[in-house]
Design a protein around this ligand. Structure first.
Ligand code: SF4
Length: 485
């Protein structure tokens, strides 16, 4: 049986499709966001629907065809053609006019959705299901929740798509007409697909654009070495280099690539077969750091729908922090916090109370995370803006020397996340921890919200505490590198 997502996978890469069918990924899927409301229930509330045929996963498509005769509203209903199953998110029949709504747990449905809609219309036609109009229902990015959640303010009905910059891109049906196709040929192709396990594919943007394909190491085991030219960052020219026979960064002479600062660091580290350090850049960066040094890290979860007052769609709620505080004698003190439910104000007060009033605050990826979190909290609780501003203005981003080519170790292989750096520059590792990555922390936190588990709380403390200790270890590694210790 084929699902609509299989068509997308096949068109991304036939081998990728084959892997998903034959070698299901062993790493469990952890969602980035918390879907805290059911969009079908929201749409029912929005329209005041009462008599609805509500389909579910695994339904026989014949149920939808029967319901099509007797219901005016069909939601989440399965239809099929040959081996392919599609879903009608919400079909409303009104005075001979049939409107098919596509529902999105997101603010900006993109033009890339046109293909799915076109394919759904094609399967509708094969099932003699009439569709006169297609509309999108999505989340209003500007909605700010008051005390009560307002579905009419939160959802929007639209006939337009958005582009990658979240700007209006044009009418849905214009894109859908362009994407409309006869699926028979594609279904024939997919049916005939054989065993692709031994097919050697050429590496393409599909393998790494947006995110690295989960089957990458199976497809390209020989491209996993640290200094592979394909690990060169910010480079469109790496594929040309590979085609010219430049397989390792150490073989680059300079003219073949864009030659950004990070690329220079990568190539120098590859040629040295070790560590590259730009001492003239690292020393002044380290000189800015003042004692007491606070090493800070937050954990948070992102809610699709605002659960509390003054929150907007996709706002985050910070539920935990860890801070290690180092005085100028090298003494280290640890503070931590975990809250539950709407703990925003309690979090702010606890943080303001415990964080030193002076000195530098080291944070890994501060600008993209902790700074934004504090700015958001200062908007929701303007009475604490001054204290919060004092905190974010003292933050120094520990990721910067690693991300901009001030320091690069050939073993980084184009990556510079905290866990990787810790494992390279110390004997410590996250592997032994029960929680060893951020999304798992969020999953465990959701469990903690449902019950008072001391065990989960402890695992969360250990994980977040490890992050701030890792920051301490990394900063001291940098200091040692330039001879400050
Ligand atoms: S790594 Fe590339 S070739 Fe291999 S399955 Fe993924 S997308 Fe296809």
């Amino acid at each position: 049986m084929l699902h609509e997502s299989d068509l997308k996978k096949y068109q991304r890469c036939d081998k990728y499709y084959w892997y998903t069918k034959n070698k299901p990924e062993s790493v469990p899927f952890l969602p980035y966001v918390t879907y805290n409301m059911d969009i079908f229930e929201l749409v029912k509330d929005y329209f005041g629907f009462e008599d609805v045929f509500m389909g579910k996963r695994g339904d026989d498509p014949s149920l939808t065809l029967q319901a099509y005769q007797s219901f005016d509203i069909l939601m989440n209903a399965r239809i099929s053609y040959r081996d392919l199953r599609m879903t009608l998110p919400c079909l409303k029949k009104e005075d001979q006019h049939h409107t098919l709504y596509f529902l999105y747990n997101q603010c900006y449905p993109k033009t890339s959705e046109a293909q799915r809609i076109a394919d759904t219309l094609w399967v509708c036609k094969k099932n003699q299901i009439q569709v006169d109009e297609v509309l999108l229902i999505h989340i209003n990015a500007n909605y700010e929740r008051k005390q009560e959640f307002d579905v009419h303010e939160c959802l929007l009905i639209s006939d337009e798509f958005y582009n990658e910059k979240n700007k209006k891109a044009g009418k849905v049906m214009d894109f859908v007409r362009e994407a409309y196709r006869d699926l028979d040929a594609l279904l024939d192709e997919i049916e005939q697909i054989g065993d692709l396990s031994h097919i050697q594919k050429k590496r393409s943007p599909a393998c790494t654009s947006h995110y690295k394909c989960e089957y990458f190491s199976m497809c390209f085991p020989d491209q996993q070495h640290n200094t592979s030219i394909l690990n060169l960052v910010q480079s469109n020219k790496k594929y040309e280099c590979e085609a010219m026979g430049i397989s390792d960064m150490a073989m680059v002479t300079g003219d073949e690539i864009e030659a950004t600062r990070v690329q220079y660091a990568q190539i120098m580290a590859a040629k040295k077969r070790g560590l590259f350090v730009d001492q003239f850049a690292l020393r002044p960066w380290l000189k800015r750091i003042q004692y007491p040094i606070t090493y800070l890290d937050f954990e948070w979860q992102t809610y699709v729908y605002p659960p509390y007052e003054k929150m907007k769609p996709f706002d985050v709620l910070v539920f935990q922090y860890s801070m290690h505080i180092e005085d100028k004698n090298g003494e280290l003190v640890h503070e931590q916090y975990i809250g539950k439910n709407d703990c925003r104000e309690e979090f702010v007060l606890d943080l303001i109370h415990k964080i030193p009033k002076t000195g530098s605050i080291m944070v890994f990826n501060a600008q993209g995370a902790e700074v934004l979190r504090l700015m958001q909290l200062s908007k929701q609780f303007p009475q604490y803006e001054e204290e919060l501003r004092n905190i974010w203005e003292r933050m120094i981003d520990l990721a910067i020397p690693f991300s901009n080519g001030v320091i690069y170790d050939e073993r980084m292989a184009g990556e510079y996340n905290l866990k990787k750096l810790l494992s390279l520059f110390s004997d410590l590792s996250y592997d032994e921890l029960e929680i060893n990555q951020g999304l798992l922390a969020v999953k465990k936190y959701r469990e903690l919200e449902g019950n008072e588990s001391e065990e989960i709380k402890q695992a969360l403390y250990e994980y977040c505490g490890m992050d701030t200790y890792a920051e301490y270890v990394l900063l001291h590694f940098l200091m040692k590198t330039v001879g400050y210790e």
